[in-house]
Design a protein around this ligand. Sequence first.
Ligand code: ZN
Length: 686
Amino acid sequence: MKSAWSERDARDAAGRYAGHGIGEDLALRVYTTRLLGRDPDLVLHGGGNTSVKTRARDLMGEEVDVLCVKGSGWDMATIEPPGLPAVRHAPLRTLRARATLSDEDLVKLQRANLINPTSPNPSVETLLHAFLPHKFVDHTHSTAVLGIVDQPNSRELCEDLYDGRMGFVRYIMPGFGLAREAADVFDQNTKVEGLILDKHGIFTFGESAREAYERMIEMVTLAEERLRKNRKAVFATAQLPQSAVALADIAPILRGAVALRDEQIEGAWKRLVLEFRTSDAILNFVNGAEVGRYSQAGVITPDHTIRTKDWPLVAPAPDGSRLDAFRTAAREAAAQFVARYEDYFRRNNARVGGGKTMLDPAPQVILVPGLGLFGLGRSKKDARIAADLAEAAVAGITDAEAIGRFSPIGEEDMFDCEYWSLEQAKLGAAKEPPLAGQIAAITGAGGAIGAATARAFATAGAAVALLDRDLAAAEKAAKSVSGASIALGCDVTDLASVTAAFNRVAETFGGFDILVSNAGAAWQGRIGEVDEAVLRASFELNFYGHQRAAQAAVRIMRAQGTGGCLLFNTSKQAINPGPDFGPYGLPKAATLFLMRQYALDYGADGIRTNAVNADRIRSGLLTDDFIRERARARGVSEKNYMSGNLLAREVTADDVAQAFLAQALALKTTADVTTVDGGNIAAALR
Ligand SMILES: [Zn+2]
């Protein structure tokens, strides 16, 4: 590992922040924190922190000694000065004399000593920084260091490798106890340049930002070199099926297998979004004959447990020619995972005196021999984090096994981190959006109604796939969506295009739950005279387009086995024909019955099927020019034309989107048509 320190960049940072009244200490602290944070071999998703001891003026205008330490919620790669809140140093130091200090009290004391009371909570490792005398202190969970410390003989390995330059701190869970132990180890030899935390990570320190940072790089480099020495060829490969497998087939089967029934609401599932990763390193790991041993031993560093659980689910090796057998075996493996997790929880909860609330027992990482690995989460963001940590675990465990045997903290220590009181306290606080964990695909998503629907579903917490024949329009709409989205070109009149697009959705998110079949276009003509080709073209899009999308959706939904929801955009024309609008209305009427047929045929699979019957929405079908023309022809204002309904209100694409969303959330409603037209008695359903 090379030092990324640049004297010029450091000076620039100091100069830039000086212009904002930030002193050089904090400016350089920000600079090297970013250097550490942007290297995934050192820091991943909050797995590290830094500090600087300096002076600051408190709110009363008095200058005091402070510790600026990384605050929670900040990413080290992009940190700014407010991400390193200043805490009064003197009171923190006195805490070392205490015999015990609970985590709750520690958080309160840290907050009480903040210079700015609106700052984020300082890191849980704050006291460790505070008890050390050095001006700059850096902490990472370097993957290479973990390869050394996750060994049965980690202490000897580190003594041999660092030759007295680093102190060695036995494993203690982060918090007051670890901070005191680390300070005691330092006091035994105050010449050390840093501390190795067994089964956890590494601290380095120095009098300047550069010194602390470059010591980190040097110590990690020594670990990297040690891992290259006397390396065994690891992981003899298991016998795997020869038949090729497609990610798009495997992901929905696994996603369904690990979904949990919601015990509170009949018909509801706790679903997860998937993030797939594969590489030579991952395949080497998941294909190993002993994957069932080394992958199940535990986490490479304790704070991974809240993101990945203590161990991943190892899926059976899929055989592309026997997907049914894979589905059965995957469901069995998932059930065993849940049973094992529940046992682990019961056993350890009893040990700590009960009172903990069990987290969902579903896996957060799945290893698939022959294919790769999946990170899982209630959002795509969480799935990516789990996948990143799983990749780091693959690297760390591979290294550990290459020089010895992977030997992490034990089950009890992992439980204590996973069920740490401060983490449990957050559980009740976080309210999830209603579609968390769900995936929606919307056809015609480049248009007004499709884009509004994508926005509504994303706001409700779903990951969304925006499909449109016009890829640029789908991409533009995707930009207006909050949260995870993907834009895909998809022509619903072409079966191959539909299949390819839905496979991409399954590959990207792991499957999907909600189809909004919205793509359509209007054709006109008097029915007694219209050219058959016009009628056929309209049926191709306005009926067969819906059928193709629904078929592709049902295939994925049945592979998951967790139900789903098909929503169709029919039209007022399906109920109440307009003059010369037969070529449009007839296929829409057929689509209304298509909806009912799916409701009937797939209700037993938990697949709900509904339609929205909207009218007079400003969109690609009803353009501003067309509205102007129709309003003039009727001798009314545009506004009156658009609000010519019982409620005298203009109906918008957002109103239609909300109707789709309501249908997606109504777990006991199927074969329903919701009318969104401001009221039109002639088009009312009987
Ligand atoms: Zn740490």
